[in-house]
Ligand binder design. Structure first.
Ligand SMILES: Cc1cc2nc3c(=O)[nH]c(=O)nc-3n(C[C@H](O)[C@H](O)[C@H](O)COP(=O)(O)OP(=O)(O)OC[C@H]3O[C@@H](n4cnc5c(N)ncnc54)[C@H](O)[C@@H]3O)c2cc1C
Length: 313
């Protein structure tokens, strides 16, 4: 019920306009968002890099049907990839397929992903340091767009565009797809899953989802994954799971810089610092842009205590 309420709040256009126009809600916005424009965002990226924290940039917006907004998103991400390259940073950009046209037309959406991906590749080639982890990272949205997102990923890889994909541990289907992806030189970001899915396709209890996450994480750290130069990305704030992953990685001979953790900007900040101080590689999902309400209210959905940032104002 809580999850559904939060999804409703995130998708209501009227509420979005109402809340985004309230200056008093600045604290909620800045807690989870890296800046209102690309220049503010790049400052945040550089500040985080000074603390040895990597980032994945996300231009705010989702389930978009307006071509003007979609073109603005593509333009901003292209400019961002140039800025990151000029500052000698990883060009790691996260995109929701529905923010670049999936709800309008599949082939248009694919073309838009190619445009962003090609720009990342072009700017990556300009950098001297080739060891950087630069990717167009496809976020995974609700199950209605799962197959199409996977299809885009495969086609982008065929085109030799540096692409990675997010997979959700709660979906039964994930294990089979992950096993196939692991066989190739690729990268997967594993998350628990954030949408209210039906029990016919997804695990529902925290216990089952955590169990699935551990199982999939073990596959991502297997000998087969290592041999194929697979790059594991574990996107979770769950310290018990992170401890499990680190032990498993150590047992399987993975060095600390051969896999990474990814968390959300503004979530469990002290724990983030602790991981970095212990020598682990950490990346933060860093949203930027003016359309912050749907994103911020989702963070409240994940952790009801975050509602304090709303009420404090
Ligand atoms: C980098 C990144 C990318 C993601 N991309 C996707 C995606 O493409 N598709 C998708 O479906 N989901 C995505 N998610 C969301 C993910 O599926 C989970 O919903 C979310 O990460 C919470 O799960 P958890 O693994 O942190 O574990 P949980 O068991 O939910 O939480 C573990 C611990 O972290 C704390 N915590 C978790 N969230 C918050 C928060 N918002 N504020 C404060 N504390 C918190 C909890 O209280 C708990 O102590 C992404 C998450 C991350 C970190």
């Amino acid at each position: 019920m809580w999850q559904k309420l939060m999804i409703f709040l995130a998708r209501s256009e009227k509420l979005k306009i109402f809340f985004q126009s309230r200056r008093q809600l600045h604290q909620l916005a800045t807690r989870f968002v890296g800046g209102q424009n690309k220049n503010e965002a790049i400052k945040t990226v550089i500040n985080l890099m000074n603390e040895k924290i990597y980032t994945s940039l996300f231009y705010l917006g989702e389930y978009e049907k307006d071509m003007i907004v979609i073109n603005k998103t593509i333009h901003s991400l292209q400019q961002m990839s140039k800025l990151l390259s000029q500052n000698n940073l990883d060009i790691h950009i996260s995109v929701d397929p529905t923010q670049v046209g999936l709800q309008i037309d599949k082939s248009k959406c694919y073309k838009n992903l190619v445009t962003i991906g090609k720009k990342i590749k072009e700017n990556q080639l300009k950098q001297l340091d080739t060891s950087k982890k630069s990717f167009l990272m496809l976020d995974m949205e609700d199950s209605s767009v799962y197959k199409e997102t996977l299809n885009f990923y495969n086609k982008l890889k065929e085109k030799e565009i540096p692409t990675a994909i997010t997979l959700q541990a709660y979906l039964y289907q994930t294990e089979e797809d992950l096993k196939n992806i692991i066989k190739s030189n690729s990268a997967v970001r594993l998350v628990k899953g954030a949408f209210a899915e039906n029990k016919t396709i997804a695990f529902k209890s925290k216990e089952d989802i955590d169990k699935a996450y551990r199982k999939l994480a073990t596959l991502m750290l297997s000998d087969e994954a290592k041999k194929s130069k697979f790059y594991p990305i574990f996107a979770t704030h769950d310290d018990k799971i992170i401890d499990y992953i680190n032990k498993q990685a150590n047992t399987m001979g993975w060095k600390k810089n051969e896999y990474e953790f990814e968390m959300l900007f503004g979530v469990r900040v002290n724990y983030q610092k602790e991981l970095v101080n212990n020598g682990y590689k950490l990346r933060l999902y860093l949203p930027y842009g003016k359309d912050w309400w749907p994103y911020a209210i989702r963070r409240v959905g994940e952790k009801p205590q975050n509602i304090k940032y709303l009420f404090r104002n």
